[in-house]
Write a protein that binds this ligand. Structure first.
Ligand code: CA
Length: 228
């Protein structure tokens, strides 16, 4: 699941530059040229992080950050503020309005992507799409790529997400409900036996590789990815 990053920026060239860099890093960029338009987007889908320009026509970035932070639904969405202003008091104002981080224009897009990853790692570690290696396995979420001993393994999207989650939390035992919450996103209509079905499919994918026994069943408790 690529993280949705909402970019609120009225300068189209900057908006596009940020969007392209985020996309190349495996994120899903969502574009808004004003806070008013961003509000509409947010009322449909909550983003995982917002990159928010300070100077916007209409509602400015500071006012918008305040609104987001006082709304129960949106207050936990991390915000990175962008601004051309570099004075220290403005920085304090941005942080007081609820921004989690702050970048001054002109900025390097690579640096911004690094900040996005750092904020997500802190706030929502499940959403950082960095490749993971364990033993012979290599999993790269941004390319939907799984390899064992450098050979590509064919794997379905659900099994991929499941393996990604388990690899990111090695040696920890998760019960079915915890796995449902974290991989399927708390959809109560899904039966917890679904987890067993996909664990079996995941093991089938790994059959014939050196990693065929990585997914362990812990009787009466759940499943875990055995890193050892
Ligand atoms: Ca602007």
């Amino acid at each position: 699941m690529a993280a949705n990053i909402l970019i609120v920026e009225d300068e189209e060239s900057i908006l596009e530059l940020i969007a392209i860099n985020l996309h190349q890093s495996g994120f899903n960029p969502v574009r808004a040229l004003s806070a008013e338009y961003a509000e509409k987007i947010i009322s449909n889908t909550l983003p995982d992080l917002i990159i928010l320009d300070w100077m916007l026509p209409g509602i400015d970035g500071i006012e918008f950050a305040r609104r987001l932070k006082t709304n129960k639904e949106t207050k936990s969405i991390p915000i990175i503020m962008l601004t051309a202003k570099s004075q220290e008091d403005n920085k304090v104002m941005g942080l007081e309005a609820g921004a989690d981080d702050y970048m001054t224009k002109p900025f390097s897009p690579r640096e911004l992507v690094a900040r996005v990853k750092a904020v997500l790692r802190r706030k929502a570690p499940d959403l950082v799409n960095e490749p993971i290696e364990s033993g012979h396995l290599f999993l790269d979420p941004s390319q939907h790529l799984l390899q064992s001993n450098k050979k590509t393994v064919t794997i379905g999207p659900t099994e991929f997400r499941l393996l990604h989650f388990l690899m990111k939390n090695p040696n920890i035992i998760f019960n079915r409900n915890q796995i449902l919450d974290r991989v399927w996103g708390n959809k109560s209509e899904i039966d917890d036996r679904t987890v067993d079905v996909h664990i079996k499919r995941l093991r089938d994918c790994l059959k014939g590789t050196n990693d065929h026994n990585k997914i362990e069943t812990v009787r009466g408790m759940g499943y875990r990815f055995n890193e050892n």
